[in-house]
Every structure is written in structure tokens, then in C-alpha cells.
Design a protein around this ligand. Structure first.
Ligand SMILES: [Zn+2]
Ligand SMILES: [Zn+2]
Length: 162
């Protein structure tokens, strides 16, 4: 839980640093993709007109398998954007729980696809060669063209009548 005591915040700005275990994100770990480092946060909180302002960032790391070439990927760093979170309607609240806000920001920052490298060439779909390591002579036919030749309705599809 990431909480800020509002009575303390009333008196002075608060620096909030710490970490939560990977489970904090509630991401089901798989062999392909799992959160492999604590979620660390460095936040500054202050009272401002109309509410509380929290700024800073959070970071973690993910591991798993490259989605293109199946090589292991270890501890790829993940960092949120610089966050500016504003909380109004805090009257009568003792503690501001910002766990959900930080969780969703870190989830947003997680890569959709884990890659060993942005430019990973992946595996050849025909022979399985690792195209980062070697070139192969396979001819990969673009499936779309083939479809329109063999399918009598191909021309209709192109007119978007389906
Ligand atoms: Zn790769
Ligand atoms: Zn090949």
C-alpha cells in the first residue's frame, strides 16, 4: 500500500520513496512475461489549492521471452512517465491511498510485447532460423496476394462489401 498521511501533509510537503513487491501489480506471471523487480517509487506530495498534488515516477523491470525470436529477456527496465497526480475531495480523509493510481501508471508503462531488442529480426516462419544470427533462403509469400487470386470473392472484398 502506498499511503500519504494527510495530517502530516497539511504541515509540510512529503517525500515518499519505497518499494512494493512485484505482486503489487497483480500481473499473472508466465514464462513469457513476468515482473522481475520490485516496484520502486519516488514521489513528492504537497497540499495545493483544492487538494493534494503528487509528482514523481515509479519503475520496475520485466523478464520473459522475446516475442519474436524466443530468446530470454532479463530485467528490462520499465519506468513510468513523469507523473502528476491531483487528488481533490480529500476533506475528512486521514490517509490518501494512491496504490491504485501508481499501479495503473506502472501497468500503462509495461511493454505490450517483450523484445530482446527493438530491431530483433525474429525467427524465419518457414525454417525457424534465427534471423538475428543467420540469413536463410526461404521465400516468404505474402499471404494476402495469394488470397485474392484464388478466392473469387477477392475483388468484392476489396470493395468492402462484406
Ligand atoms: Zn528477439
Ligand atoms: Zn528460413
Amino acid at each position: 500500500m502506498i499511503k500519504i498521511s494527510l495530517s502530516r501533509l497539511e504541515k509540510e510537503p512529503v517525500v515518499l520513496t519505497g518499494e512494493e513487491p512485484p505482486e503489487f501489480l497483480e500481473v499473472e506471471p508466465t514464462e513469457q512475461f513476468y515482473v522481475s523487480a520490485p516496484i520502486r517509487y519516488e514521489l513528492n506530495a504537497a497540499m495545493v489549492t483544492g487538494g493534494a498534488l503528487v509528482e514523481g515516477f515509479a519503475s520496475t523491470a520485466v523478464s520473459g521471452i522475446c516475442g519474436r525470436c524466443l530468446y530470454p529477456v532479463e530485467d528490462e527496465k520499465v519506468r513510468t512517465a513523469d507523473l502528476t497526480l491531483f487528488f481533490d475531495e480529500i476533506d475528512g480523509i486521514e490517509e490518501l491511498d494512491i496504490s491504485e493510481d501508481i499501479r495503473s501508471e506502472v501497468l500503462l508503462a509495461l511493454p505490450m510485447n517483450l523484445l530482446c531488442d527493438e530491431n530483433c529480426a525474429g525467427l524465419c516462419p518457414v525454417c525457424g532460423a534465427d534471423l538475428n544470427e543467420e540469413e536463410c533462403d526461404c521465400v516468404i509469400e505474402p499471404p494476402e496476394e495469394k488470397d485474392s487470386e484464388e478466392n473469387p470473392w477477392g475483388a468484392l472484398d476489396q470493395l468492402n462489401l462484406k
